[in-house]
Ligand binder design. Structure first.
Ligand SMILES: C[S@@+](CC[C@H](N)C(=O)[O-])C[C@H]1O[C@@H](n2cnc3c(N)ncnc32)[C@H](O)[C@@H]1O
Length: 233
């Protein structure tokens, strides 16, 4: 009795269809594929951004006029630095402090130690290491360009530099440091100063210079230091 007195079958067919049209298996597959596409693009893109963010501060020193890369001090080198600091006290700065190992070793020896470092990742890591080693109270780290920092307040200065920067740094420290300061150079000596002490050998060699010696007896007080700074500026 189909079609008699009731709804025509073709109408019935149409009405029984759901309001949302389900995708065919082909469409569902391509939808899944495009979701995967987005996910993979996101992961690859995110990874590239992360690698770029981490690697850039390590690579940029190579692009500067003076290339001072991150090369951490050896254990022997640190021992030699500590040896040169025996009988010394007070404040200490590591110029280009890397992962903070010199600053942390100095803090453990009782110094109020500070590190200036251009690479923010290394500074954050150094702070974490100082906290882990229990010396975060006396080991501080700052993200700074060494050429923009004045070192006059430090009586002990450590630097593991490169030969190309030592002459410029020699002039800067000569101008800024007090007479009772000691400068310790790791691996590369200063070009004109005569060291008061040398210890270690090969890449672990460490030179210690006392400000009175490299000034040749010319006494500098805090006020003459500021006069000189003002004259230069
Ligand atoms: C040879 S590493 C020495 C690291 C650390 N002092 C040690 O002995 O283990 C030199 C460090 O200086 C940093 N550096 C390079 N240029 C700098 C700048 N203009 N100011 C501050 N730090 C800089 C580098 O990122 C690197 O960590």
């Amino acid at each position: 009795m189909e079609g008699v007195g009731g709804t025509p079958p073709e109408m019935l067919k149409e009405e029984s269809q759901p309001s949302h049209v389900l995708p065919t298996s082909f469409e569902a597959n391509s939808l899944k594929k495009s979701n995967w596409g987005f996910l993979i693009t996101g992961i690859v893109g995110g990874t590239l951004v992360a690698v770029y963010a981490v690697a850039t501060p390590f690579v940029t020193p190579a692009l500067r006029k003076v290339c001072l890369p991150f090369v951490p001090a050896t254990t022997k080198q640190i021992e030699n630095v500590v040896k040169m600091l025996r009988c010394r006290r007070g404040s200490l700065v590591d110029i280009g402090s890397g992962d903070g190992r010199i600053v942390i070793a100095a803090a453990k020896e009782g110094f109020t130690a500070v590190g200036y470092e251009l690479n923010p990742w290394l500074v954050w890591y150094s702070r974490y290491r100082a906290w882990q080693e229990g010396v975060h109270g006396s080991a501080k780290f700052y993200i700074s360009d060494l050429w923009k920092v004045t070192f006059s307040q430090y009586s002990n200065v450590v630097v593991f530099g490169v030969p190309q920067m030592m002459l410029q740094l020699e002039k800067k420290l000569e101008l800024e440091l007090e007479d009772d300061a000691r400068v310790i150079a790791c691996r590369f000596p200063f070009p004109h100063w005569t060291p008061d002490h040398v210890t270690g050998e090969g890449i672990d060699t460490v030179w210690a210079y006392d400000a009175r010696t490299f000034r040749g007896g010319a006494k500098r007080t805090r006020s003459t230091h500021f006069q000189l700074v003002i004259q230069i500026q």
